[in-house]
Ligand binder design. Sequence first.
Ligand SMILES: [Zn+2]
Length: 572
Amino acid sequence: MKIDGYELNYSEEELDVMLNQQTRPVELISKDFEGYKNLSENDKKAIEHLVNAANIINDVALEQDNPLNLKIKEGLERASLRSSHAEKALDLFHCINGVIGFNGIDREPVRIVKEAALLPGRNFYPDDLSVEEFHRILLTMGERGEIDEIRKILSSRTMVRRAGDVLKAIDYTEYFSEAFSEIANELEAAAYYCTESEFKEYLGWQAQALLQNNPDMDMLADKHWAKLQDTCLEFTISRENYEDEITGTVFDNPEIIKLLGKYNIKVVAKDTLGCRVGIVNREETEKILLSKKMLPELAKWMPYNNYYTQSSVAEEDLKQSMVDVDLIALTGDYAMCRGGITAAQNLPNNDKIAVQTGGGRRNVYHRQVRFSRDEERYKKLLEQLVDPALHPYVDKSKVIVFVIGHENGHSLGPGSDYQNSLGMYKHIIEEHKANVVSIASIAEAAKKRADFDRETLRKIYASWIVGNLFLRAKPMLSQPHRVADLIEFNYLLESKALWFDDRKKLHIDFDIINMCMYKLLEKTIEVQLSKSVEAASEFINRWATWGEWSRHIAEIQKSLGVKPYIKIISHF
Ligand SMILES: [Zn+2]
């Protein structure tokens, strides 16, 4: 079957298998949810407008991600009125929120239409632009003195297109001017209705940032957003740059590096937009704030802490807000579930001006994502891979402790300067560091927290090992979180903190986990402090190996049926 001249890649039968047997739902809250019913009528009206904004942002993200996305989506929407085949293809499109993407398991990407291609520059760059040509054009432009244009091309907020034999950059506020002005209108309307002054103020700044070609406006919006701690509504426009695989390649070219240095040109990969709407869960948020109190002490506990400043751990004022949120909408980048869905997020990232000029960060935990695990399958996994004596320690409710520690972990350790100098490995090393900080710091936190007794600690360790380190497939370098998990699995295995008996069941030596993880943290911080791409590469090659036990675990995971697709069910 063809959609606007493009051939659907899967038969209806294949789609049935993917959607019915390989997809798990993540159900967001509905209007029957208690926390929603308790809102004032005006705040409910504000939410309607925020959801409208979220939906427009989804289209912006689709345009950034692949040149075929919007066309195929619209074609499928039209065709699904009369074809169940198209309807199912549209369902799968929504799962990955795009025409092509990896599912986290298969080596080949999932394609909605046969013609869809994986583009290293997504739709940020012309689809036929190779890395070699990109570099050649930049150098030509350098010789011609077009330095300002190069600056724009290498900025995080432009779409790049051909202009004769060179390239030109179009600021997002221009390229997406129509969509951005609609989003701004929705935010203004939401600000009009919402009852909380701080939130209202943030929405005003955010609307302005969408209308002006001025990164300082993003900075101001980010700073107002990051401070929000006591509001009941949650709205985020995320800007993260994990998708663009072209911009960063300039660091592989010594001639371009010279050019960048000479004119002091900043290079930041392109941001993909995402949007989240929700309601803050007060009770659970209070629990999360307990961990925030520990951050200044953990900063002193970090290895080599006298060699670097930990930007977000200022002496008296800790500029980190944290909320646990019941989700209403996840769109754009958040809904591009290509091998997973975000359980929590700490923004802005280090590449953002707000953070570089002293603004804080805001950490948002996604409740409905946490709750979406397939319990039946998980029980079978334990039976096959874990010593029965450990079963009582694998406790779903303890997973959040690791997640909180991971997010806090990003606030500790060497800053963005060190992180970014690791080039293509920076995300792997940073995500890995956050994991290791999380697990290694639990024993330290336990010195101050009565609720972290010995049994609880064991539950946190065991739930993390089984829940996170039992991988479903060999990760690719483009999956920083999974590569990080693999590094930790191998390190603990080699340190004999975990082992498998002759019945192939997992055992954990709880007495040495903490010591092993602190040692691993030292090694990891050494890599960041080295600022050496080679050191990062060596570290990853040494520890991210796909060994006998990883293969065995992945086989069991596969035999239990892997559900790589995620269907976000929204009720608004
Ligand atoms: Zn992280």
